[in-house]
Design a protein around this ligand. Structure first.
Ligand SMILES: *Cc1c(COP(=O)(O)O)cnc(C)c1O
Length: 371
């Protein structure tokens, strides 16, 4: 009998961390400084330093981070933003939320936006490009930055799956005009609820973002722009500040687990995922491709192995995006992979025994894996 392997194990992480994190949460509650208190400012400073950016603005979610970044870049109705066809729906929803149009671009062999197809997506309305560092792997940013420079576009990085990931030694989020992060509980750096952040280097963008997240207030009851209420809670900031100190260790553990998966999967004839940057990948997700994916997923589930699919329905085939008028066949690579991809259990606390169990269970699905 194989052991039970959850897809992520947030309970194990809390058990290891409770001594550190609970007192910090108590401090916030005792101080009763719940909104934009010193814990938010402290976390923002530490996270900006971690990413290698000058400024950080904490917000309520990754989706809000993307939306505010777009608004701070003055992107709105009539504008177009280039995003990958293969991403979480929130990348597109943020563009739609500001009234702009997402323009999708096919993925490359690493599941990232294909830089060679960017030119063909440009129109006179294009204002920005949003590379998404999907599954924990940095988009090769040289090509993106060069493309953006040639066309005068803003670059908003969706780093919601890539806390601490590197490209040429620099951390994701620090390349574009703005870098956006999610602290959804299951992310590499996760809060105990929703959370997000935007990092940037430009002081005036920083001021704009601070206004936008807090009702447009320069001072209490003085509103200089039509802002929103999407602040990061002090309690979440305190949790994140504690967790940030562990992020590099957790990412190292994820890379070790990925290396173990790579080796064991090759032994059973399954190709591991493409890793473009080696030590720069933070493996938010470990994604393989299999034939008969749904049946394989069912067979693994019967053996107590939890898996995921990120994502089963591409954005352009979602009912919400029927208005894009892009039917089946618009992005063949994205569509084909959506039927084949399978995300294996991946989290820092994963054990060697659990990894072996996952691969053993896959090996016993062998008849399903062959075409
Ligand atoms: C998680 C995620 C988001 C949205 O973050 P939330 O905090 O859930 O709003 C956006 N983009 C990508 C790629 C994500 O993985």
């Amino acid at each position: 009998m194989t052991m039970q392997v959850p897809f992520v194990d947030l309970k194990a992480q809390f058990r290891a961390l409770s001594q550190e994190v609970v007192p910090r949460m108590m401090q916030v509650m005792e101080s009763a400084s719940f909104i934009l208190g010193p814990d938010v400012a402290l976390f923002e400073e530490n996270f900006a330093t971690y990413v290698g950016a000058r400024y950080c603005v904490g917000v309520e979610s990754g989706t809000a981070a993307l939306e505010l970044a777009l608004r701070a870049c003055a992107i709105g109705p009539g504008d177009e933003v280039i995003i990958p066809a293969n991403t979480f729906i929130a990348s597109a929803l943020a563009v739609s939320a500001v009234g702009a149009r997402p323009v999708l671009v096919e993925m490359d062999r690493a599941y990232l936006i294909d830089a060679e197809l960017l030119e063909a997506a440009v129109t006179p309305r294009t204002k920005a490009v949003m590379p998404v560092h999907l599954y924990g792997q940095a988009v090769p940013m040289d090509a993106i930055l060069d493309f953006a420079r040639r066309h005068g576009l803003r670059v908003i990085e969706d780093a919601c799956q890539a806390h601490g990931a590197r490209y040429k030694g620099r951390r994701t989020g620090s390349f574009g005009d703005m870098g956006c992060f999610s602290f959804y509980p299951g992310k590499n750096l996760g809060a105990y609820g929703d959370g997000g952040a935007i990092v940037c280097d430009d002081p005036s963008s920083y001021e704009t973002l601070r206004l936008l997240r807090d009702l447009g207030q320069a001072k209490k009851y003085e509103h200089v722009v039509k802002g929103d209420n999407c602040r990061l809670d002090s309690l979440q900031a305190a949790v994140l500040d504690v967790k940030l100190r562990h992020l590099d260790d957790w990412n190292d553990a994820r890379r070790r687990h990925a290396a173990a998966y790579d080796r064991l999967l090759r032994e059973i004839g399954i190709e591991p995922p493409v890793n473009l940057h080696h030590e720069g990948h933070v493996y938010h997700l470990y994604v393989i491709e299999v034939e008969n994916r749904d049946r394989v997923q069912g067979a693994l589930s019967e053996r107590g192995i939890a898996t995921g699919v990120h994502y089963p329905i591409p954005i352009h085939l979602q009912r919400a995006y029927a208005d894009l008028g892009l039917g089946p066949g618009s992005f063949e690579r994205t569509e084909q992979s959506a039927n084949r991809i399978l995300s294996l259990p991946m989290f820092a606390e994963l054990t060697e025994d659990q990894i072996v169990s996952v691969v053993d269970a896959l090996a016993s699905c062998r008849p399903l894996l062959v075409a």
